[in-house]
Design a protein around this ligand. Structure first.
Ligand code: NDP
Ligand code: GDR
Length: 356
């Protein structure tokens, strides 16, 4: 019997980590994830696929570690011996990165370097090839230099988070070119889902819609509504990560829908879907503004389409509605289409009454 392929994921408890884990398990992989020790449980996005590691059927294993802790990363690499590593771990909130710039850079930029160096040494010593995926971001494009943005568009990062992602991007290329490592950068535009963190604007909106319908919330405080984003569905985007590591040669790819929408359009569809007018509920709070904003993102995924055969499967309107349906279902409200949406990640909905 052949051994299953082994993958290691940082950020396994996040939105993308949970979908990627599901995808890799479906494909027959043994999946190892790095989790942080926290004083309360942080594994709710993967609890539904986790089984006791003593069970011979178990194919998902979790290890305590942190991207700021190089020694542990090295030890986990030695123990797990993965053939693919997906570096999804990050302090991923752009506005928070202005509040905690050093920590963000340590996790995002230095974290990537620590992993790349650990892989380099491991590979040199054992001769075992490890394929590496770096979770790059459209935030690296920042200030508009070209529309739509593609792999060759110059970066102009506008936050500590995106500066750190640019470093990680170039360090990944450096390891590829200096040591012939199979290392790929995904440049992923915003992707959302019912598992999206509650403080990102899309989920903040859809969660508020559900809570307003349920009579649990009156207002929704937001910041800048003028920015435009290219929003896709997270489940589609993790497929692209996997595809990148299955190619003959490592490369960098933009993953996007090639459509852009204002936050007001998102609000219109989300509130309109439950027959509400967003202008009656949305209020402005300046604390959600960023010192520098990214005004317009729209990505050109032509290279991914041609070389990876990747395409998005969910439209903008479908995405907004599926997120509203999921948040309604989580509060026990049957959506207008009559179908409760089964996705986990709603456990915290009731617990947290106000989320920024
Ligand atoms: P999330 O914020 O949902 O998840 C981030 C993950 O990183 C969590 O598992 C978190 O753990 C973990 N993490 C945070 N800090 C550390 C650390 N110091 N050491 C180890 N792990 C850590 O992000 P997404 O799933 O949305 O995004 C995945 C990756 O893709 C991130 O790198 C993000 O920057 C990038 N990205 C995301 C895009 C998007 O639109 N979603 C677009 C482009 C790039 P915990 O659960 O304990 O907090
Ligand atoms: P972004 O996503 O910064 O694009 O980063 P976010 O949803 O946080 O912001 C999108 C836009 O909405 C505006 N906005 C608000 N944002 C938040 N979070 N909260 C608010 O109340 C609010 N009001 C208005 C923002 O100013 C911004 O213009 C996401 C993250 O997942 C990154 O990790 C990832 O790299 C990029 O997407 C691609």
């Amino acid at each position: 019997m052949t051994q299953p392929k082994r993958a290691l994921i940082t950020g396994v408890t996040g939105q993308d980590g949970s979908y990627l884990t599901e995808l890799l398990l479906e494909k027959g992989y043994e999946v190892h994830g790095i989790i942080r020790r926290t004083s309360t449980f942080n594994t709710d996005r993967i609890d539904h696929i986790y089984i006791d590691p003593h069970n011979p059927q178990a194919r998902l294993f979790l290890h305590y570690g942190d991207l700021t802790d190089g020694t542990t990363l090295r030890r986990i690499l030695e123990e797990v011996k993965p053939v693919e590593i997906y570096n999804l771990g990050a302090q991923s909130h752009v506005r928070v990165s202005f509040d905690s710039p050093e920590y963000t850079v340590d996790t995002v930029a230095m974290g990537a370097l620590r992993l790349l160096e650990a892989i380099r040494e491991y590979r040199q010593r054992t001769g075992i090839e490890v394929r590496f995926y770096q979770a790059g971001s459209s935030e690296m494009f920042g200030k508009v230099m070209e529309v739509p943005q593609k792999e060759t568009t110059p970066f102009y990062p506008r936050s500590p988070y995106s500066c750190a992602k640019v470093y990680a991007h170039w360090q990944t290329i450096n390891h590829r070119e200096s040591y012939e490592m199979f290392a790929c950068n995904g440049i992923l535009f915003n992707h959302e889902s019912p598992r999206r963190g509650e403080t990102f604007v899309t989920r903040k909106i859809t969660r508020a819609v559900a809570r307003i319908v349920a009579g649990k919330q009156k207002d929704l405080y937001l910041g800048n509504l003028d920015s435009k984003r290219d929003w896709g569905y997270a489940k589609d985007y993790v497929k692209a990560m996997w595809l990148m590591l299955q190619q003959d040669r490592p490369d960098d790819y933009v993953i996007a829908t090639n459509e852009t929408h204002e936050i007001r359009e998102f609000l219109n569809i989300a509130f309109g879907y439950v027959n509400l007018n967003w202008q009656d509920y949305v209020k402005f709070d300046e604390r959600y503004l960023r010192p520098a904003e990214v005004d317009l993102l729209i990505g050109d995924p032509a290279k991914a389409k041609t070389q990876l055969g990747w395409e998005p499967s969910v439209t903008f309107e479908e995405l907004v509605k599926l997120m509203v349906d999921a948040d309604l279902s989580a509060l026990g409200i049957v959506p207008s289409n009559g179908k409760a949406v089964e996705d986990r990640a709603f456990i915290r909905l009731e617990a947290l009454s106000t989320v920024d």
